[in-house]
Ligand binder design. Structure first.
Ligand SMILES: [Zn+2]
Ligand SMILES: [Zn+2]
Ligand SMILES: [Zn+2]
Length: 146
């Protein structure tokens, strides 16, 4: 459970210390491999760091994002969720039921390269969420329409 120590040098390079709270939260993000809401992160991290409070989790997540260790996104209904940085991927999210799927980065590689060419930008951390209606919800809707 000391995977947090692998993030310590990055923090130190920016002049910050690794604290038990940051460690516990990074550990949760590192192993989940998914998006978690601050409340979910709080519940999991609390086990390793009992002194952790929910407001601290919010503050720490903002801190980690600012320092490039975590990224946030709005997946379902504008709810902010967090995940560990450095996993290249995108999302499909259903606006009706909130189900979300990961999209492999290769699916967008060509588009991103073309965008970079035409805009002159260099994208560093592109993390895109597409909103739509999943197949299940489409089916339910058409049933109701009959
Ligand atoms: Zn760990
Ligand atoms: Zn993501
Ligand atoms: Zn759905």
């Amino acid at each position: 459970m000391t995977c947090g120590s692998e993030y310590a040098p990055g923090l130190r390079a920016r002049g910050f210390r690794m604290t038990p709270q940051r460690m516990a939260i990074l550990h949760v993000l590192h192993h989940s491999g998914a998006h978690l809401s601050p409340t979910e992160i709080y519940k999991k991290a609390h086990r390793d760091a009992p002194s952790l409070t929910e407001p601290t989790v919010y503050r720490t997540l903002e801190f980690l994002e600012k320092n490039g260790l975590a990224i946030s996104s709005q997946v379902d209904n504008r709810k902010l969720v967090y995940e560990i940085a450095g996993r290249n991927h995108h999302h499909l999210s259903c606006q009706s039921c909130g189900a979300s799927f990961e999209v492999q980065p290769e699916a967008l590689d060509g588009i991103i390269r073309r965008l970079e060419k035409s805009s002159g930008y260099r994208f560093i951390n592109s993390h895109v969420t597409f909103f739509g209606i999943c197949p299940k919800c489409q089916k339910n809707k058409s049933k109701k329409g009959d």
